[in-house]
Design a protein around this ligand. Structure first.
Ligand code: HEM
Length: 506
């Protein structure tokens, strides 16, 4: 009797195991599947038949499982949660999510490394991506930032070359300091970013322990059309924690996917990570009152001159249920904006406004905004239609009218959402570097703000990588940049790389 009961239980469990959710397996076209283990053959030992439609569909689906990885930031992980505003900022912006203290907005984030492939270690010295998509009632709004507040370059024209120099060599398929320092020795404005990236900030202990920044300034527009320039910062409530070079090496030997694992675990355990969102504001008439150009992405906005105002808190409380659909397929863009936020004139940002949507049409297809993770709360209302994977063709009261203007029916426009007007006096169309480059001052200030141990680690990390460069003239050029930032910094780097004063006199 006992044996019969046990057999029944085992049968029930195994049956439940096979028929997940008590559903019968079906093909993509909905037909029930009789056998998912054995191919259809000509006789027991004969060849497999092409008419086994289920087998062909299964192999074809598998063959197409991978999509192109992101051209930069391929390695990353994501989570969802919400943003709660703590201050009413409607005097400065119409952006609905910042309009009322206590207002909550759903969001999804993706944190990433930049340079190496989708399966690469999370212990690399690399900026970390910090991208947030807010699902507001006026459409999606993305802040696509990094963990560091500045960037290597100020003009989108240089981006593809910079990435080529940092990616593995097209000859050896290996990342090579000879290549990226060759590039950076011609980019003095990168000194500020390099100085930060080669401190321990370049290897965060985990994504929940890093801060974030929009890097660029954006324009906030209020209900009267008044413009305020803003820069965003995320401040981690877990405390900023990084790895030294040695700790990163040890971590890599134990588990090089630690950042993905630990974020997921914290959320699973209910230790929901949180960040406060701060904003800095500059009035348009004050833009020219600094010794740097605030819309130059190689510059930070100093906190002692431009106050940081806390405007809300982000909480991450949900892990992805399906990584491909919620993380691999998420598509951020600095151009995904809502009424109340517009791009600034920052030259690097202007290039990004084109690049993200363009790459996503290639990576995910022209209808990437229809994917569940990317679609806005309210369905779009416009006449864009068709192409690959379109399932969102809009149904209008008169579906035959898919154009505008029409004498029969029109989708309404609303004047209040017109873009702001900007008047530029005496504008000359030009193609040249900005005059106020101030390439070294902030790098020097940052160096002097570090404590002794942080400075020692910077010198060790940076001379470790720059020391691998075989062309001495590249090393010297880089050292002159560090020297111009701060004398002590330059001297210590020269010493660490075995240069004497005479070497620079030659
Ligand atoms: C002209 C300069 C830049 C260009 C052309 C550029 C281009 C790109 C491209 C093509 C992607 C892949 C997007 C995708 O496949 O979905 C990407 C990802 C990303 N970029 Fe940039 N980028 C630039 C500068 C920056 C800067 C300055 C930041 C930080 C403020 C940044 C942050 C990010 C982040 C966080 C991602 C990953 C987004 C995600 O998680 O899906 N990028 N970038």
């Amino acid at each position: 009797m006992k044996k019969i009961v046990l057999t029944a239980i085992i049968f029930a469990i195994s049956f439940a195991g096979f028929a997940q959710n008590n559903k019968v397996m079906k093909t993509n076209s909905g037909a029930p599947v009789g056998d998912n283990q054995n191919s259809k053959t000509a006789g027991e030992y004969g060849p497999v038949l092409l008419e086994d439609i289920h087998l062909i569909e299964k192999l074809a689906a598998f063959d197409r499982e991978r999509i192109p990885e992101r051209v930069v930031h391929p390695r990353g992980t994501g989570a969802s949660g919400y943003f709660e505003a703590t201050k009413d900022m409607s005097a400065y912006t119409k952006a609905v999510l910042f309009s009322k203290a206590g207002m909550k907005t759903d969001l999804a984030v993706r944190f990433s490394t930049v340079i190496h492939g989708k399966g690469s270690p999370e212990t690399a010295r690399d900026p970390r991506g910090f991208a947030v998509k807010f699902y507001t009632e006026q459409g999606n709004y993305d802040i696509v930032g990094n963990n560091l507040p500045v960037f290597f370059i100020r003009d989108a024209m240089k981006f593809p070359d910079m990435v080529h120099s940092l990616k593995p060599s097209p000859v050896t398929n290996k990342q090579d300091p000879n290549r990226y320092f060759d590039f950076f020795s011609n980019i003095p404005e990168a000194t500020n970013m390099i100085t930060r990236l080669w401190t321990d900030l370049g290897i965060p202990k985990g994504y929940q322990y890093m801060n974030g920044s929009s890097v660029h300034g954006f324009k906030w527009i209020n209900a009267e059309g008044k413009v305020t320039y803003v820069k965003y910062s995320w401040v981690t409530k877990q405390g900023e924690k990084n790895l030294t070079g040695e700790e990163a090496m040890k971590q890599q030997g134990m588990d090089w996917q630690h950042a993905t694992v630990s974020l997921r675990k914290d959320i699973e355990d209910g230790n929901f990570p949180q960040w406060d969102l701060y904003v800095q504001m500059i009035q348009p008439e004050d833009l020219h009152s600094f010794d740097f150009w605030p819309l130059d992405a190689t510059k930070d906005w100093p906190e002692d001159k431009i106050e940081k105002v806390k405007i809300g808190t982000m909480t991450l409380n949900q892990n992805p249920v399906n990584f491909f659909e919620q993380v691999e397929s998420i598509a951020f863009s600095p151009g995904t904006l809502i009424p109340g936020v517009e791009p600034s004139e920052d030259k690097l940002l202007q290039g990004r406004l084109f690049s993200y949507f363009d790459t996503q049409r290639h990576r995910l297809g022209p209808n990437f905004q229809q994917l569940e993770i990317n679609k806005p709360n309210e369905p779009p209302v416009n006449y864009n239609s068709d192409s690959w994977s379109s399932y969102g063709n809009k149904r209008f009261t008169n579906p035959d009218v898919n154009y505008q203007p029409s004498n029969k029916v029109n989708v309404a426009e609303d004047e209040q959402y017109k873009q702001s007007e900007t008047t530029y006096e005496n504008v000359t169309i030009t193609q040249k570097k900005i005059t106020k480059t101030n390439d070294f001052a902030q790098a020097g200030e940052f160096y002097r703000s570090l404590n002794k141990e942080e400075q020692d680690n910077l010198i060790k990390n940076l001379s470790g990588d720059l020391g691998q460069v075989t062309d001495k003239s590249i090393q010297m050029k880089m050292i002159t940049y560090f020297y111009r930032a701060d004398m002590d910094y330059g001297m210590r780097m020269a010493e660490a790389l075995d240069f004497s004063r005479e070497d620079f006199m030659k």
